[in-house]
Design a protein around this ligand. Sequence first.
Ligand code: ARG
Length: 558
Amino acid sequence: MDFKKHIAANVKTEGLTEQDVYDMLAVPPVSSMGNFALPCFRLAKTLHKAPNLIAQEIAGSYKDSVVQAEALGGYVNFKIDPVCMAKDTLQRVLSERERYGSSDEGRGKTVCIDYSSVNIAKPFHIGHLSTTVLGSALYKLHKFLGYTPVGINHLGDYGTQFGKLISAYKRWGKKEDIEKGGLRALNALYVRFHEEAEKDPSLNEEARHFFKKIEEGDEESVQLFEWFKELTLKDVGRIYDLLDVHFDSWAGESFYNDKMQPVVDELREKGLLVESEGAQIVDLSAYDMPPCIILRSDGASLYATRDLAAAIYRKETYDFYKSLYVVAYQQNLHFKQFFKVLELMGKEWAKDLVHVAYGMVSLEDGSMSTRKGKVVYLEDVIDRCVEKALAVITEKNPSLENKEEVAQTVGVGAVIFGALYNNKIKDITFSYDKVLNFEGETSCYVQYTCARAYSVLEKGGTVRDYSVEEVCPQEFEVVKKLAEFPDVLRDALEKYEPSFIARYAVDLAQLFNKFYFDCTILGAEEKTRAFRLALTESVLITLKNALGLLGIGVPEKM
Ligand code: ARG
């Protein structure tokens, strides 16, 4: 039963439809104020009465056997009967199980999600963590709510840097070393090129020459480029597997090589293209933005040109309902510019493009730097977290059988959760100790809570039959939290905030632990015991669903 709907249907007041009431119902800040509150301030104007009077009238006329209405100031507070709510919620969780929280509200709607979008032959560093795990969580969340997500890795596989790489490889590279060293070996070549080019600028000329060769389709150069790409994808693929991240399309920047001319033509036809210092630009000064450069003076296309072509291609190919770009806020201007250009081109769907911007991640032991090869590889961060998790687990539970496997789930979870716990726009400092604190607001705290629930259920046995006759406050807090889950997911999707799910998991785990320490489960009298076991199982199901949406697994024992 949807209690919010139920309340909305029972509130009778002049000038408000059921939908109005539904939209106005909010969750009060403290639980003693009930489950939902209806603010009456907005109504004061239309009804020409004081808000507290309106609240009293609504509460007075509210008739319902399962929900109690009470006026408090300008609010009507609604309290759902705990027994009724517990019955309803548990029944729902225990029947829907791994589908609990899901819905089909996105049916028929395709959502493109551009995320991770790594650069070929460049290190996959800690700076890519957020886009990768945020995008992946949004992907899973959309799917869970019935949408058809299309995960796109808009590979950075075009640009003069590939000319540099070929030049460096031909000068100093050894096939075996590169095969073995993968991405890091390629990056070392790249760094060396820059060092040597500082002494001998003619190297830059050579690089331009090789880049041109790739563009002309020269067999050897293209083959080398494809090889670099293959090596990169193999390396990043390992990390994607670890993080449980998937893509439906790997169409990168070079995919749009032959799709930009029509865009340039259309811009020209529509009178949007103007020449400026030899370059072709779209003037955006009317919108307080610098111009969007479409073609450089040498005729070369730019990042924005490719994004214009890609957006149009995605609309034509997927007919998306929304198209998301999970990219750092440093690129705010870029997205504002090319969204505006599409709007000026008359693409009414430009309004459906969303830049999901997020903040920076740095490590507590000094910020990262991509220049001169001083980078923090994401894989190293994951490895170190897994290693530390193993140490903690070994200390806490030396006899645990599959320690390595558990440490992997815990360590990887810590990295993901650490990046997703805060509102995405905030800059964060990644701390190993913080993300692996078993008592903190962390994934291992939630995982540990799940292991506790597993152990209770193992000892108590699965409960098929339970009834609810009485609900104590600790139990009721858990029930209310459980019931919130579907709304939390909807909210997280609407605001593109997987952090809501992460916070929810911590909140639910905390409430469960309070219940666990305050109330006897296994030793309770039969009926209470059965209900408490059912409650425990519901918590476990919901926590697993929440973590699963973030790409985090749950070990049975820790
Ligand atoms: N490869 C780019 C970078 O690392 C991100 C690409 C984002 N996607 C896009 N369609 N522009 O900065």
